[in-house]
Design a protein around this ligand. Structure first.
Ligand SMILES: [Zn+2]
Length: 360
């Protein structure tokens, strides 16, 4: 998952489009590979639900995006694009690859038939521990906890999971999720549930390539080295054993600057992947690092004009901000032994609100 930030204003894009700026920008970078990032999808009626992740798109939105892509761009599988780039062969003009992170059931059940209808190949990256588990992804459980109230008038403070090891996030959830789970609606569950392995197998034979997205959706920059090694190697091995593909690739959870490093890229390469994708915005071409490919994120605020703006390269400002913030903030991985929640949420201290505020 990643934050789309405040990039939902469509008016400037409509204006730029009317001036023909998108077409001019597309022409200048026509030989470079664009990679779109989707996550899950939902039915149109759920679009305005407060619990819906902003990285989701509706069935109608996605259909409009793919129809427009099929008319305007040359859609390629990322595996084929990686093979061409590794051999320094030119890509077809206006090449776009479609990718999905995490492994939601709706990636296959809603997006699959649309991709098939338009003949568009795609790559789905799986956080393997949740596939077939019937357990929601930890970031979605946190989001649901955040939107619930554990006591009248008192929202439960939720940890800032993007700066914590996954062990700490799961530790916190093990304590608080059981009180929220019984209230999860069938619409929430069916929209947010991870796919089963059976569903993935079915669609891997259709229009999807399958890639790895760590075992437990660990943001590698928050983890100590032994955890990074395990998360990368075990997820790649699980996917490769079941879906062998010489063009297999990896997606770094969260995927921004500071969320992965050169050692992680080496591990992905040495575990047999042909490339890896980040969530840093931009184009890819000759000279691009195949293990840190750039993508363009699409979410609920993207109409067709906004997707066109992404592909034309008009939406890179927010990424510059994230890169600068990451450089200024720095990162220190936390050893699982240091998990703050075993202290913060111990029976003695969990009722002290001042002790939890730093995790809001
Ligand atoms: Zn993810």
């Amino acid at each position: 998952m990643f934050s789309l930030g405040s990039i939902s204003n469509r008016m400037p894009y409509a204006f730029a489009g009317s001036l023909g700026l998108f077409r001019a920008a597309e022409a200048i970078a026509s030989r470079r590979l664009r990679i779109l990032t989707y996550h899950g999808l939902c039915e149109d009626s759920l679009r305005n639900e407060p619990w819906l992740p902003r990285t989701f798109v509706t069935r109608s939105q996605f259909t409009a995006h793919m129809k427009w892509l099929a008319e305007r761009y040359h859609t390629v599988s990322l595996g084929d694009a990686l093979r061409a780039m590794a051999q320094e062969k030119p890509l077809p003009d206006r090449s776009v690859a479609v990718t999905f992170d995490d492994g939601y059931d709706t990636t296959f059940s809603i997006a699959g038939p649309v991709l098939k209808r338009f003949g568009i190949p795609a790559t789905a990256y799986l956080s393997t521990a949740y596939i077939g588990s019937r357990e929601l992804f930890p970031f979605d459980r946190l989001h649901l906890v955040r939107s619930c109230r554990n006591a009248p008038g008192e929202p439960l403070p939720v940890p800032a999971h993007k700066t914590l090891p996954i062990h700490c996030v799961l530790c916190w959830l093990s304590r608080h999720w059981p009180t929220v789970e019984p209230g999860v609606s069938s619409a929430q569950r069916s929209t947010l549930q991870p796919a089963s392995w059976e569903t993935v197998r079915t669609w891997a034979g259709e229009c999807f390539e399958i890639g790895a997205h760590t075992v437990s959706h660990a943001i590698l920059g928050n983890e100590i080295e032994s955890v990074r090694v395990r998360e990368i190697a075990e997820s790649i091995s699980r996917v490769r054993d079941e879906f062998p593909n010489p063009g297999m690739s990896f997606s770094y959870p969260n995927g921004r600057a500071g969320d992965f490093n050169a050692k992680d890229m080496d591990l992905v390469r040495s575990n047999g992947c042909a490339g890896a994708v980040s969530t840093q915005r931009g184009f890819n071409g000759a000279g691009s690092n195949l293990y840190a490919l750039k993508r363009m994120g699409v979410g609920i605020d993207h109409d067709v004009g906004s997707v066109q703006a992404e592909l034309a390269g008009f939406r890179t400002i927010s990424d510059r901000f994230y890169r600068l913030r990451s450089r200024l903030r720095g990162r220190r991985p936390i050893d699982p032994e240091e998990c703050p929640f075993e202290f913060i949420f111990s029976p003695v201290s969990e009722s002290a609100p001042e002790s939890t505020s730093k995790f809001d």
